[in-house]
Design a protein around this ligand. Structure first.
Ligand SMILES: Cc1cc2nc3c(=O)[nH]c(=O)nc-3n(C[C@H](O)[C@H](O)[C@H](O)COP(=O)(O)OP(=O)(O)OC[C@H]3O[C@@H](n4cnc5c(N)ncnc54)[C@H](O)[C@@H]3O)c2cc1C
Length: 554
């Protein structure tokens, strides 16, 4: 079957695309104007771009990463991580105790995510309403927006047999009588390859790269890739421009800059990066909220060796989850954890396991029989779970995330649950991924060892693919930077539409929450802006996009 590449075809049809690596500036910085400028093209930026262009508004999308397409997705970790991930997939907290995965390419993290699509849990929405004065986001109020996005992105329950990695999670739950759910995925015509994390090679994943962004470009929007928004120019209660700086093939800064002007500006650079841009630009933040309460769903891992082949690299990476332990102590009680599995690719797993030399070689030798369960800890609800703190650090940033006592209690409980589940599913040996424990040969042995094992930063492997918070929403300005529609409390023509607005983590994988909430907020914004839609007041002196800059995907 031929694989249609919407990026390749769209560029050939004349989409307006400017690649920062190829951009030839002039002596005088040029400017571009539109009704709306959107910084970041991930889950939030992509949805906003489509809705605003559909409403007849002119839109410029800006993305720091490159524009890649299925032609570039060669199913190789060594290509995918440097090309498509922040810091080549090696981003870490300041103390190096937590490894963080975040996308950095057109489509943002949706280009590399694993397609699990879950609506925001009702407990989370209720907690936001009572603790953060978030309005208009009850499950009922969000329902039509989730329905809209589920239809737009072809989100439906995975109708095929789970791969064996997920199958063992299901089998363990069945044996123990634990809750489990078959996952809904945003895929259309999925080939079940298992390579979602390296960019879908067949464009089945309904990421922003192949859905909303092509729709916006076909409707006349402009895309700037390999351009980073570096400075928001503002005065009193208004933004009057955003500087973007070109990046070269290796994403190193080039001297060329552009000034972008619009009636309204949307920040959608994702958690960490949206707050960083706001802090670097010196935006009003009287309560010092920016970057604080950054959440990660910090995740611990348990490996298990089965007699049979698991081949966790193959097949839909996530198709089963268990919520048995997420809410059992109430939202603000002990930290709950969600059980899922990751895809098992060699570099990913080798970097998230322990040991070196012989022991590591032994582990990797059993690679095809390795099954892995992950426990994603729900952070941000318990009083001693305040998340991490992003701060500016020279030209970059750092994220301090203290792993507090309630997290370690949850991690220990999670290691026990994962081992119990894996043995119930038939594992021969279980390996909690924390230094000093080693292989455990029975649930009885595991129970005692896990109760006793020492857990600590850098000893216990902790990872995250869910970065949230740092620019919270709500109506109470002592706790929130933006209102419940994502509109800044301080700047009348600025909104934030990405995962940074969550006041806590979610207790569920984030993409569908972002899609639904941004659909609602962008539609409201379009209603505000569209009736008076008009061409920019002053035409730019020169238009770098129209001036024939080569339009290319790479
Ligand atoms: C490996 C992996 C697997 C995942 N699996 C799932 C899953 O199965 N289900 C799920 O629900 N979630 C999953 N997630 C998480 C989910 O994809 C993200 O939560 C979601 O995409 C976040 O959306 P966002 O709009 O906040 O930011 P992102 O999607 O991360 O997009 C932000 C974009 O903005 C760009 N940017 C940042 N700063 C600037 C700047 N200054 N100038 C220009 N551009 C900028 C970034 O380069 C990035 O491309 C996964 C994430 C990863 C990394």
């Amino acid at each position: 079957m031929a694989i249609v590449d919407p990026i390749y075809e769209g560029l050939a049809s004349g989409w307006k695309h400017l690649d920062g690596a190829l951009y030839q500036g002039s002596d005088k910085p040029q400017s571009l104007e539109a009704d709306v400028v959107i910084i970041g093209t991930g889950a939030g930026g992509g949805v906003a771009a489509e809705i605003l262009t559909q409403a007849g508004l002119s839109v410029i999308m800006v993305e720091k990463g490159p524009l890649r397409s299925s032609r570039d997705f060669d199913m190789e970790e060594r290509t995918a991580y440097p090309n498509l991930y922040q810091q080549a997939a090696a981003m870490k907290t300041a103390d190096k105790a937590i490894g963080i995965f975040q996308g950095r390419a057109v489509g943002g993290s949706t280009t590399v995510n694993w397609t699990t699509s879950i609506r925001t849990p009702a407990d989370t929405l209720a907690y936001w309403q009572s603790e953060f004065a978030v309005k208009g986001l009850s499950a009922d109020e969000l329902e039509p927006w989730f329905e809209q996005m589920e239809s737009r992105l072809n989100i439906s329950q995975w109708a095929f047999e789970p791969n064996r990695n997920n199958g063992m999670l299901r089998r363990g739950c069945e044996q123990l009588g634990w809750d489990y759910t078959v996952i809904k995925r945003n895929v259309l015509g999925c080939w079940n390859t298992g390579y979602c994390g390296m960019g879908c090679p067949v464009n089945a994943k309904q990421s922003m790269l192949v859905t909303t962004i092509p729709a916006a470009l076909s409707a006349g929007a402009t895309l700037l890739s390999r351009f980073e928004a570096t400075q928001i120019e503002h005065h009193a209660d208004k933004v009057f421009g955003i500087w973007v700086q070109a990046r070269d093939q290796n994403l190193a800064p080039r001297p060329e800059k552009l000034m972008l002007k619009a009636r309204h500006y949307i920040l959608a650079g994702g958690a960490i990066h949206t707050p960083v841009l706001m802090m670097r630009s010196g935006l009003t933040d009287p309560m010092q909220l920016l970057g604080k309460r950054t959440f990660l769903h910090p995740t611990v891992l348990s490996g298990a060796v089965f007699d049979e082949a698991i081949n966790g690299h193959s097949g839909a990476p996530q198709s089963i989850y268990s919520d048995q332990f997420v809410w059992r102590d109430g939202a603000a009680g002990e930290l709950g954890y969600k059980l899922e599995v990751p895809p098992i690719h060699p570099v990913l797993i080798a970097s998230k396991t322990l040991g070196f030399g012989k022991s590591h070689a032994e582990l990797m030798a059993n690679f095809n029989q390795l099954q892995v369960v992950i426990a994603l800890v729900r952070d941000g609800f318990h009083p001693e779970s305040q998340g991490g703190s992003v701060s500016l650090d020279g030209k970059g940033f750092k994220l301090d995330y203290p792993l507090t006592a309630p997290f370690w209690r949850a991690a220990r409980a999670a290691f026990a649950s994962m081992a119990e589940l894996q043995f119930a599913a038939g594992a021969r040996r279980v390996l909690p991924i924390s230094e000093g424990v080693g292989y455990l040969n029975s649930w009885q042995e595991a129970k005692a060892a896990i109760a006793d094992m020492s857990l600590a930063p850098l000893k216990t492997v902790v990872a995250s693919a869910h970065v949230m918070g740092g620019c919270p929403m709500g109506e109470d300005t002592t706790k929130a930077m933006v209102d419940s529609f994502g509109q800044s409390h301080y700047l009348e023509n600025l909104s934030v539409m990405d995962g940074s607005v969550f006041p806590t983590s979610l207790g569920a994988n984030p993409q569908l929450s972002i899609y639904g909430m941004v659909a609602k907020n962008a539609t409201a914004l379009a209603g505000r802006l569209a009736p008076q839609s008009k061409p920019p007041e002053t035409a730019p002196e020169t238009d770098p996009v129209a001036d024939g800059v080569p339009e290319t995907a790479a």
